[in-house]
Design a protein around this ligand. Structure first.
Ligand code: LLP
Length: 433
């Protein structure tokens, strides 16, 4: 199996975190998001330990909430001592509502509105990760009105292509995010930030991309960022206190994907950062990383009930399930690969057929996965599992076709509990007048 929290029990049922998915589907219904809390905590600890070892005790991993954002996840992050990366007032509200210590929250986004800026300050956001000059002006204005000094990081684009899908590559010079080092805009925005009375420029941020496997990506990014920081020290006397290297470590969606040893990677980045700081005689900054996917992706799985099985002789086979692009739009958006199997007969070695697993939306593009191999007798009532759906599934879900969102059920210590309730039809039309 692609992840060591997956097993098959004596009845041939797929288990996540040791718990029988057939029993969970019977208890909670389908479609159903499952999330293995033990796994999430284990990942947080891996990051925390490796970053402390690599960069010293001031280092802090920030969980990127965009991967999966709901109250319980922020409670877990609080308990694990993590920081968080938030990207909207909605994510801030979610974190605040469970008492997340907002001094450890970093507010991203390339277009924060004035209302966002005020809302974040109102709730004591630790840092704004500033994308552009207009945003600096908005923060300066709001901080001045409140009589505070606001800590910020500047988001820079170091110009690295991480070899991932185009839509999730963000560190290149032509990105919509941040200020490019190459064009001189990073230098300009540094000078401007330093000129503002109510802003404290604490450091720099970059994020190269997501689902990245090239192990040298962070090394190259860190080298470029430190080199730039050193130039800014020479030019403006600025010594940064924090360096945020962003998120992006890839996860295994398929057997053929490599498994990244995150701890070993971080230790390697740490050695390089320390060596470069020594060479430049630059004080070691407090390093941040912002993992989202690698914290939650393989803790997750989605269970569906099979409905229609349609064979079009000479053409194609379709297996339709009771969810689809509304709970997982990633194939429709990025042709993202997933491992798909029948959870109620995970060891079934009978004859197989090739099919497309599709959802129930009124749209041909509503595809969860193509070229899937399933038992040829797959039929209505079988339980289908899509693995590794913990990241960017629930958080990207929609109510297209007025389909209610599935619940998020978490697994911990051999027990399960609802972290997000299943939406009802009343929920779906709640805001209609
Ligand atoms: N930090 C920043 C500034 C980011 O933009 C992102 C992801 C992360 C951290 C977390 O990256 P991760 O560790 O999760 O790779 N919806 C897409 C992914 C978009 C990622 C956007 N930014 C997907 O479903 O693949």
């Amino acid at each position: 199996m692609i992840c060591n929290n997956l097993t098959v029990n004596g009845e041939g049922h797929l288990c996540l975190g040791g718990q029988d998915t057939v029993a969970l589907a019977a208890q909670y219904g389908t479609p159903l998001y499952l999330l293995d809390e033990d796994r999430i905590r284990e990942r947080c600890r891996t990051y925390m330990k490796a970053m402390h070892e690599a960069f010293g005790e001031r280092a802090l991993p920030l969980y990127a909430g965009k991967a999966a954002s709901f109250k319980q996840i922020y409670r877990i992050m609080k308990e694990e001592g993590m920081g968080v990366d938030v990207v909207s007032s909605g994510e801030i509200c979610t974190a605040v509502s469970v008492g997340f210590p907002m001094e450890r929250a970093y507010f991203h986004s390339n277009n924060k509105t004035d209302a966002d800026v005020a809302y974040a300050m109102e709730h004591g956001i630790g840092y704004f990760v500033v994308d552009n000059r207009e945003e600096l002006d908005a923060i300066e204005k709001e901080a001045s009105a409140r009589g505070i000094t606001q800590k910020i990081l500047l988001r820079l684009t170091p110009g690295i292509d991480p070899h991932t899908y185009e839509a999730i590559a963000t560190g290149k010079v032509d990105s919509k995010f941040g200020s490019a080092i190459e064009t001189g805009q990073a230098d300009e925005i540094t000078a401007y930030a330093l000129s503002l009375a109510h802003i404290k420029l604490s450091g720099y941020h970059c994020h190269i991309g997501s689902q990245v496997f090239d192990s040298d990506t962070f090394l190259r990014a860190a080298a470029i960022m430190l080199e730039f920081a050193n130039q800014m020290r020479e030019k403006y006397g600025l010594v940064i206190d924090e360096l945020d290297l962003g998120g992006g470590y890839g996860v295994r969606y398929l057997e053929e994907h490599p498994e990244i040893d995150i701890a070993a990677n971080i230790i390697a980045v740490g050695l390089a950062v320390k060596a470069q700081c020594m060479m430049l005689q630059y004080p070691m900054p407090a390093v941040r990383m912002e993992p989202g996917r690698s914290i939650v992706a393989d803790a997750g799985m989605t269970l569906y009930s099979v409905g229609t099985v349609k064979r079009i002789p000479g053409y194609k086979n379709y297996v339709s399930v009771d969810g689809g692009m509304t709970d997982n739009p990633r194939y429709a958006l990025y042709q993202a690969p997933y491992t798909v199997l029948l959870a109620n007969r995970a060891n079934d070695k009978s004859e197989r057929f090739q099919c497309s697993v599709v959802g129930r939306c009124c749209e041909s593009g509503d595809i969860l996965q193509e070229h899937v191999s399933l038992p040829a007798n797959t039929a209505r009532g079988d339980l289908l599992a899509v693995l590794t759906t913990g990241a960017y599934n629930y958080s990207m879900s929609s109510n297209y076709n007025r389909i209610p969102k599935p619940p998020v059920v978490m697994l911990k210590d051999g027990k399960s509990y609802v972290a997000v309730k299943r939406e009802t039809y009343e929920d779906v039309c709640r805001n209609d007048i």
